[in-house]
Design a protein around this ligand. Sequence first.
Ligand code: SR1
Ligand code: MG
Length: 423
Amino acid sequence: MTGKLPFEALSVETLAARLGANEALCSRIGKDTSRWKVREVGDGNLNLVFIVEGATGTAIVKQALPYVRLVGDSWPLPLKRSFFEYHALTRQEARAPGSVPAIYHFDEGQALIIMEYLSPHIILRRALIEGRQLPNIARDIGLFMARTLFRGSDLHMATKDRKADLALFADNVELCDITENLVFSDPYFDAKMNRHTSPQLDRIVAELRADRDLKVEAQRLKHIFAANAETLLHGDLHSGSIMVTDSETRMIDPEFAFYGPIAFDVGMLLANFWMAFFSQRGHEQGGDRSAMRAYLLDVTIETWSVFRTEFSHLWRIERTGMLYQKSLFEDQGDRLGAEQALDHMLHSIWTDMLGFAGVEAHRRILGLAHNADFETIADEDLRATCEAKALKFGRHIAVNRRQIHSIDEVNTLATLIERESSI
Ligand code: SR1
Ligand code: MG
């Protein structure tokens, strides 16, 4: 197959015939296609994902579809998202080596990426639902975020290179549009594709939609998301975009990559830990999840701390871009000036991170794309109780983000809300 053929979606039946001559794939898994076993395992909202097992190895073949898989061909979506995913992965590997799957081959015309099969990794979200406590995720994800977000910005890059990347990723318009609508607007009005646990949450949904302070804050956050082209974001860094074992963590699926605010990736990620926290009450059939709840709050504390520490470290040793030049500070013996500027930047990331976390929690409960943490709670009353608490928490941290000063304060709030008996 070459990139010049018209796009055609792969299937379990056609994959071996279509990719049997692909050298990158054959060199990894063996060229005897009669021994290839192909499974389609995509459980995300957008793409096809195949596991292809051959005589000498296994690889992943991921292919974009010209529409949103979750909705169907009534919602067209350009294939070029695969191009952005490929280019984001190459930059993430350079900036945070070992944190993403290895890429074996990219075919732009067929919108497919052949990449490393991660095994025995599972999706982090699934592990958290099962109640597994992974010891390294906070460190690994905190480092990934600090390294990719710092090194993709004008704090580090040559401004010519950053502007070229800014222009390249600016074309990821349709995926940004999904986030702009699904995260920042749809949850706050009666948008067509919204759904929520009903009737249990009806009253709360009506209250949130009538909440002027919340709607204004969500739009201020949307403005920051759209206008603050600070760094190359992963763009969809939730617990479904991370694969784990007890000792390893890899980030996947950066097709939403674009230049946006540093705080967005951090906020989306932490929101998913807080949602996992609020969902645990719905997963207690096998026993009490108090220890898991405590673990998840510890993960938020450690993730933020690792992110902050590594970002600060890079600020001190890799600040080679055109922002806050050393010639203005350290080179004049003004180390404190550089520290003051760092404090300002971390403070603004912190404040915006809380806002992004709040609206991310809302959209996963009120919008189109829900998460399995809540969706797998079969008892709808119990699910609604968990969801209502996460909604209340999200509203508080989004609206009051400028008055919240520490992660302990956020986690105290989460604990108090989680212990409330009614919704
Ligand atoms: C229509 S796409 C819905 C969601 O799935 C992706 O994973 C993103 O989170 C997006 O918002
Ligand atoms: Mg995805």
